[in-house]
Design a protein around this ligand. Structure first.
Ligand code: SF4
Length: 91
């Protein structure tokens, strides 16, 4: 799989089901609206799309980000490579 460069939670799809947070607790959490957000540097929280380089914990690897996306029951998590191409969910 191509390297993940950008990550996004589609807030209109997310139902706050949390398996993504369980799969990648260093990278994700739920916000006050029960939508998943990425944990970014300087305490910023955003559903994105954001550059994965902005993640607070640089040790979060591509496998973890992918497993989190795959764990989402409603496929609300989108992953993109450095060219902007969507790599998950596969089109
Ligand atoms: S697993 Fe999907 S629906 Fe659940 S909180 Fe994460 S992004 Fe939202």
């Amino acid at each position: 799989m191509a390297k993940i460069a950008k990550v996004e939670v589609k807030r209109d799809i997310c139902i706050g089901a949390t398996p993504c947070v369980v799969a990648a607790p260093a990278a994700m959490e739920l916000d006050a609206e029960n939508k998943a957000v990425y944990k970014l540097k300087d305490g910023v929280r955003s559903s994105g799309p954001v550059d994965r380089a902005q993640l607070e914990d640089p040790s979060v690897d591509d496998d973890t980000l992918l497993i989190a996306a795959q764990s989402c029951p409603v496929k609300a998590i989108f992953l993109y490579d450095e060219t902007g191409k969507q790599v998950y969910p596969e089109a």
